[in-house]
Ligand binder design. Structure first.
Ligand SMILES: [Zn+2]
Ligand SMILES: [Zn+2]
Length: 145
């Protein structure tokens, strides 16, 4: 399936990944104006971090959250590879390459690539985007389809 030009997903119900119902009912969602996919965009109140700030197991999953990062930062963010000291790979979104480099240094982590593995060329604004909590009916529909 072709990737959505707005949210980079190829399945319009692929997110949330974990605890779908709780995420959709409790968290603010980025609702893709092009395909209708919902991406958790809420920041956790304690640490001020959103889901997209955390490392992902795969590049594919990171891509599913990238639009929430782009929209929050109003900037085309990049997905970078991170290798832990034990050699485990993960994928994390950073607004800029400098943020990525700082993270590697601070956390004593490595990467086999200093370039983003995925990043849009520019930040685009789409006309039908909504950022809000879903209604009960919308949640039911979203989970059924
Ligand atoms: Zn959520
Ligand atoms: Zn979309």
């Amino acid at each position: 399936m072709k990737a959505c030009p707005e949210c980079y997903g190829s399945d319009n119900r692929a997110t949330p990944i974990l605890n779908k119902k709780a995420c959709l009912s409790e968290h603010m969602q980025y609702i893709c104006g092009t395909c209708g996919r919902c991406i958790c965009i809420a920041k956790d109140s304690k640490r001020n971090l959103a889901r997209w700030n955390f490392p992902f197991k795969s590049l594919e999953i990171a891509k599913l959250y990238l639009r929430a990062a782009d929209f929050s930062e109003k900037h085309n963010c990049g997905i970078y590879e991170i290798i832990s000291q034990t050699g485990r790979k993960s994928y994390k979104i950073f607004p800029t390459k400098r943020d990525f480099m700082n993270y590697l240094e601070k956390n004593n982590k490595q990467s086999s690539s200093m370039a983003a593995l995925f990043q849009e060329e520019t930040y685009l604004v789409f006309p039908n985007t909504e950022v809000r909590k879903l209604t009960k009916d919308e949640i039911v529909k979203y989970l059924q389809s």
